[in-house]
Design a protein around this ligand. Structure first.
Ligand SMILES: C[S@@+](CC[C@H](N)C(=O)[O-])C[C@H]1O[C@@H](n2cnc3c(N)ncnc32)[C@H](O)[C@@H]1O
Length: 582
């Protein structure tokens, strides 16, 4: 992160120096066109070409445009073990009120005035249930209407709003330029923190109003992507206005802290820093733990939820979330889902469901996991070495490991590269798992990693190639093969992922409906009962494929009709494993 920021700052400063020397002429333009939010999403040219052929230029431009805007909703899961949805709604409303959401009518020009009475009434209401949706200025909170999911709350924001930046002679008074990542967070309700700041106008003092704009990567002459800080290039890239919380000099002296307190935003979405029984459940790609904790709540914190992720830091995040929510039935491990099924195990382990290292991150004593004291390979040890010593250490490690195969050599080198410290490790112990025995879980959730192409808002998409998009599917399939082996006969495997509306293009149909075909094929897996597959896919054109049985309709996530991005289809498929005749 720090390296990236240094690189940005270096590039930026170098370009500013060049700019100064070259004194390029900035084309005059209408301030309304320039000081607004109207970004163009850049794609890898091949991917763009691919999608334009698939959707047609106009439709693809709509998709691209929609992706640059944040989703209208934030979603909060209520921990119903310690509160109720109504209580949390009241609390959220009161937090919003404290933050001035009702009265701050100076924010933006398109302010929608909802009645404060409703919010007031609901805050004072001690009755059994609130209205399904309560609104205050620019924001409404509602419970999910699907029965049994009332613990899910939707917070709807508003935007885009027009902001008066106090432009004089085509220039806003003072300006802070932030990185693209920072801007994407600000568009979802965050503040501007020091690490996100790339540049700042001269003579900015603490307390002064500043316009906040974003420096997005532009295609360079060499075919690569780079930040182009040309003033005029940030047209349409203004994301709001705020108060500088430190002077310009202070900003570049410190490495953390609040840099700009946002007072007017193009998109208003409040940011809240919040986050069934006896079964044994595995969550295979669990971080940050949203679904793990939801499962634990549904289990009334009784039973065993084993949450694994391949990233050390992300496992720490799951632990943190579980601890914050006082959930005791969650045990976490670091594990690559592609190696979830234990390959070799020793017969002296009675009823062992998995092998772990000495360290367990188990949060309760309820799991039947058996841990071994030292079954880690020599390469597993954490070696903290300086870069100069790294080569020596690698060699030593390889010798010690007595590796015969090239694959082992590669694996051990990778382990060294990823050792704590190189990865900005958050610190903290994480138990490693060697995998689980087949048939050892009542249920397995595979919330597989995807291309994240549908994540919004998105201001840069140049990194994704057609090949990388295709690779996600293959990766998911391998994980599925592992997951299906771990469910006990009669158990359930839940698989969730998203895909892209295929439109009418044949090539895209082949690519996007890959998942769909995969799910159909998966139902013919020797361990999966054909009719046991339930799932659904719903596309924007209204077409729908489903395999649902009465009472299972709620398994399917439905489209938000108010969303302007209508091209992503969701799959949530449930497989009954090991019973062909279900
Ligand atoms: C879609 S996210 C999971 C979100 C999570 N289920 C939730 O609701 O909070 C996918 C996760 O898979 C993890 N992941 C990616 N490849 C993995 C692998 N080979 N093994 C285990 N986890 C993996 C990523 O680190 C990421 O945290």
């Amino acid at each position: 992160m720090k390296k990236g920021r240094d690189w940005f700052l270096k590039t930026l400063r170098r370009t500013f120096v060049n700019l100064h020397r070259q004194k390029p002429s900035v084309p005059k333009m209408d301030p309304a066109e320039r000081f607004c939010y109207n970004p163009t999403l850049r794609w890898n040219p091949q991917v763009e070409d691919y999608f334009v052929k698939a959707y047609g230029a106009q439709h693809f431009s709509r998709i691209s445009n929609a992706l640059t805007r944040p989703s209208c909703y934030s979603c909060i899961r209520v921990n119903t073990l310690s509160s109720t949805s109504d209580t949390v709604i009241k609390k959220l409303l009161s937090t919003l009120k404290e933050r001035g959401w009702q009265n701050n009518t100076a924010e933006g020009a398109n302010v929608r005035h909802h009645s404060d009475d409703l919010a007031e009434a609901s805050l004072e209401n001690d009755g059994p249930s609130l209205l399904p949706s309560v609104s205050i200025q620019d924001c409404s909170i509602s419970k999910c209407e699907i029965s049994s999911l009332e613990y899910v709350l939707f917070i709807k924001g508003s935007g885009p709003h027009t902001i008066d930046y106090g432009v004089k002679e085509d220039k806003p008074s003072k300006e802070v330029v932030v990185s693209r990542k920072c801007a994407e967070a600000v568009l979802r309700g965050a503040q501007v923190y020091v690490p996100g700041v790339l540049a700042c106008s001269a003579h900015v003092e603490k307390g002064e109003p500043v316009a906040v704009s974003v420096a997005v990567e532009q295609a360079g002459a060499d075919g690569g992507w780079g930040v182009d800080p040309y003033y005029s290039e940030r047209s349409g890239l203004y994301i709001g206005q705020g108060t500088a919380m430190m002077s310009r000099a202070g900003l570049f002296r410190v490495s953390e802290g609040l840099a700009v307190d946002m007072t007017s935003r193009v998109f208003k979405l409040p940011s809240f820093h919040n986050p069934q029984e006896g079964e044994k459940i595995l969550d295979m790609c669990a971080a940050p733990g949203g679904k793990t904790t939801a499962i634990a709540i549904l289990m009334k914190d009784k039973g065993e939820v084993i949450a694994v992720d391949r990233s050390h830091n992300k496992v720490l995040n799951i632990q943190k979330l579980a601890a914050e929510m006082s959930l005791k039935c969650i045990t976490t491990y670091k594990l690559d889902a592609l190696k979830s099924v234990l390959q070799t195990y020793k017969s002296d382990c009675n009823d062992a469901t998995q092998y772990g290292e000495t360290e367990s991150t188990q949060l309760s004593g309820s799991t039947s996991v058996i841990e071994k004291t030292s079954n880690s390979a020599p390469g597993d040890r954490h070696v903290s070495v300086s870069p100069e010593l790294e080569k020596v250490d690698t060699l030593e490690l390889l010798t010690n490991a007595n590796c015969n195969a090239k694959a082992d050599l590669r694996k051990n080198i990778r382990k060294i590269r990823n050792k704590p410290g190189r990865n900005n490790c958050l610190g903290g112990r994480v138990g490693k798992s060697k995998g689980f025995l087949p048939n050892s879980f009542d249920r397995v959730l595979l919330d597989a990693p995807c291309s994240a192409l549908g994540l919004r808002p998105r201001l840069f998409a140049g990194d994704e190639t057609v090949e990388s998009l295709r690779a996600h599917g293959k990766y998911q399939r391998k994980m599925f093969d592992q997951a299906v082996q771990l469910v006990r006969p009669g158990g359930v495997l839940v698989y969730s992922t998203c895909t892209i509306n295929p439109g009418e293009n044949e090539a895209l149909v082949r690519y996007a409906l890959d998942t769909y075909k995969f799910l159909s094929l998966a139902s013919q897996h020797p361990r999966v009962g054909g009719p046991g597959l339930v799932g659904a896919c719903q596309f924007s054109d209204g077409s729908r494929e489903e395999w649902l049985r009465p009472g299972e309709e709620d398994l399917v996530q439905r489209f938000d009709p108010s969303s302007s991005l209508d091209t992503i289809g969701f799959f949530i498929a449930k497989f009954n494993v090991g019973c062909k005749d279900v």
